[in-house]
Design a protein around this ligand. Structure first.
Ligand code: PLP
Length: 370
């Protein structure tokens, strides 16, 4: 990965060496964290240290952190085990929320890619049964930040609970779980430079979780199965690192502005999805009219640049870009969108290489069309 220009942090961030070391040490130390002997207690200590670090990252109570097998599982647990009779989810949620309840009602978004709080207000006022509302904090494809505090306030007024997928936001912008006011949050280690296959469900009320995985009494009975001590230790270390580097991440916004300006100077017909809305500092969804996303990804790959065509979580199969569809972007443009998501270790020179590659492809496409 290091020899390439890696601009796909929203798909998976490169692992911090310190996080890999923490995971490696835990893996080599072994032992079951439920065992009462010394090695077991050492494994337990690693988990509890990580629980505190992850809680600190999002301003939560460590008691409310339930380690899971990733962001997908945390979202599934929150939605499937809420006990709510009615589930409302935004149209731009990650698939792990959208497909967790096939009967969920879909909340629309504006053309800027922002969930419409008034639509939620109307939907909740129209019907009374206990409801769960799921709205993400930042969209994985456009980076658009959602008005979660406002959504939570409306939901509370109607007696509904709120789950917030904070997988893309945590570590990239300040997240204060208490101030945002949701009842639960989903986090994922590999989006902050920790290992893949580990995440957390963050609960405001530590005892409010329904069970998704049944078995032993691990995680205070909220998630059965022997804990992934190595993954959790790596997650904890990554959480500490990104919490200390929020200001570095914020500086990516200046790099992104420059990149978007250069792209638009090369081709005024190119445009940025969600550019008018508040966005994560690192995310840019760029439409190159007339050149399909997959062709762009392949051309960039040949130039040694790793970017993505929309959601990469299920790459390998062609997906309708439903997020752009929900925003009302016409299909021809949506099929030509490229997601660029640099991160903590991206340099200005790497952005230059991306812009040069984009310009070269633009030129070749224009020649083909002419
Ligand atoms: N939620 C969002 C917004 C995501 O972007 C992703 C992964 O891309 C997930 C949830 C799923 O997380 P995980 O890969 O840990 O299952």
């Amino acid at each position: 990965m290091s020899a390439r220009v890696y601009l796909d942090y929203n798909a998976s961030a490169p692992v911090w060496p310190e996080a890999a070391d923490a995971a490696d040490e835990a893996l080599r130390a072994g032992a079951n964290a439920s065992s009462i002997h010394a090695p077991g207690r050492a494994a337990r200590a690693r988990i509890e240290d990580a629980r505190e670090a992850v809680a600190r990252l999002v301003g939560a109570d460590p008691a409310g952190i339930v380690f899971t097998g990733g962001g997908t599982e945390a979202n599934n647990q929150a939605v499937r085990c809420s006990g709510a009779e009615r589930v409302l989810v935004s149209a731009i949620e990650h698939e792990s929320v959208l497909s967790a309840d096939e009967e969920a009602e879909i909340l629309p978004v504006t053309p800027r890619g922002v969930v419409d709080p008034e639509a939620l207000d109307r939907a909740l006022a129209a019907d009374a049964p206990p409801a769960l509302v799921a709205v993400m904090l930042a969209n994985n494809e456009t980076g658009v930040i959602q008005p979660v505090a406002q959504i939570a306030e409306i939901a509370r007024r109607h007696g509904a609970r709120v789950h917030c997928d904070a997988v893309q936001a945590a570590g990239k912008i300040p997240v204060d779980a208490a101030a945002l006011g949701a009842d639960s949050y989903a986090l994922s280690a590999h989006k902050v430079g920790g290992p893949q296959g580990v995440g957390a469900l963050v609960l405001r009320d530590p005892d409010s979780a329904g069970r998704l995985i049944h078995g032993g009494g691990q995680e205070r009975g909220r998630r059965a199965g022997t804990e992934n001590v190595a993954g959790i230790a790596g997650f904890g270390r990554a959480a500490e690192i990104v919490a200390a580097r929020l200001e570095d991440f914020a500086e990516l916004a200046a790099l992104r502005t420059r990149m978007e300006e250069e792209i638009r100077a090369i081709d005024p017909a190119a445009w940025i999805v969600g550019a008018d809305a508040p966005r994560l500092p690192n995310t840019s969804m760029i439409v190159m009219p007339g050149c399909e996303s997959a062709a762009q990804v392949i051309a960039m790959d040949l130039d040694g640049i790793a970017v993505s065509a929309g959601s990469a979580c299920s790459s390998g199969r062609v997906q309708l870009p439903y997020v752009l569809d929900a925003m009302g972007v016409d299909e021809a443009a949506a099929m030509c969108a490229l997601r660029v998501s640099p991160g903590w270790r991206t340099t200005s020179e790497e952005i230059d290489l991306f812009v040069a590659s984009w310009a070269g492809l633009r030129q070749r496409t224009a020649r083909r069309v002419a």
